[in-house]
Design a binder for this molecule. Structure first.
Ligand SMILES: C[S@@+](CC[C@H](N)C(=O)[O-])C[C@H]1O[C@@H](n2cnc3c(N)ncnc32)[C@H](O)[C@@H]1O
Length: 221
């Protein structure tokens, strides 16, 4: 996977997608996004949405929660800012151009982190996942909507064959569960608490990880 998608390709792709993104992917990914927002609202508080794109989910968050959004693409974010202004969304704290692999917020700044259709589009998914986890306070949740590719069979072959084409469009078709399993195996501070399919096509999943509290210092017991 390393080297198959680079930052330049992703930025170029989403610069092109920005004017038509909502039209093409708005309804298509809606159910997954709704599920992610509902999960984040249940945690509540300060929520970071990574790869927020055109801010298509913004109006769905409860007005009680404060939302911070980041994205690599200035063109996608411009759309998000326009949406915030047009809908007068006063719970949106900040929308900033930032790389998911190098988040500039302090550790434990958020109660929940959402990344919807993002992790399989970043050049180095484990680095982005680590950064998302770093953002969480103990007890906080990482909520992902992501493609989970086939493990075997004709769908896996099709995903492999499509990969060079979709790479130029800014995402991966080939993203099997083993990428998440390999990452979580090195994260004893995180627990997978939910994995369930979301539309479309049964190729996507909602994943929720909860961050545990750091172990008590034995010298203080
Ligand atoms: C498929 S779109 C998803 C947008 C939105 N979350 C949604 O649900 O429709 C992927 C988004 O991730 C952003 N992205 C890709 N790599 C990124 C990175 N390294 N850091 C921040 N954003 C990134 C893209 O610019 C794009 O806006």
């Amino acid at each position: 996977m390393a080297g198959d998608l680079d930052q330049f390709t992703v930025m170029r792709a989403y610069k092109r997608w920005a004017p038509v993104y909502d039209l093409v992917f708005g309804a298509l990914f809606d159910q997954g996004r709704q599920a992610a927002v509902a999960a984040a609202d249940r945690v509540g508080g300060r929520i970071l949405e990574v790869g927020i794109g055109t801010g298509i989910s913004l109006q769905r968050y409860s007005a009680r929660n404060r939302i911070v959004g980041i994205d690599l693409s200035p063109e996608m974010l411009r759309k998000a800012r326009r949406r915030v202004a047009e809908l007068s969304l006063s719970n949106v704290e900040q929308l900033t151009v930032m790389d998911a692999e190098h988040l500039s917020f302090p550790d434990a700044s958020f109660d929940a982190v959402v990344a919807s259709h993002v992790i399989s589009t970043v050049p180095h998914p484990p680095a982005a996942l680590d950064e998302c986890a770093r953002m969480l306070r103990p007890g906080g949740e990482l909520i992902l909507i992501n493609r989970v590719g086939a493990e075997r069979g004709s769908r896996r072959i099709a995903e492999h064959l499509l990969q060079p084409i979709v790479r130029r469009l800014g995402w991966r078709t080939e993203f099997p569960w083993e990428h998440f399993a390999g990452w979580i195996a090195h994260r004893p501070d995180l627990r997978l608490v939910e994995r369930r399919p979301v539309p479309p096509f049964g190729h996507f999943a909602l994943l929720r990880f909860v961050k545990s509290a750091p172990p008590e210092n034995p010298s203080r017991l």
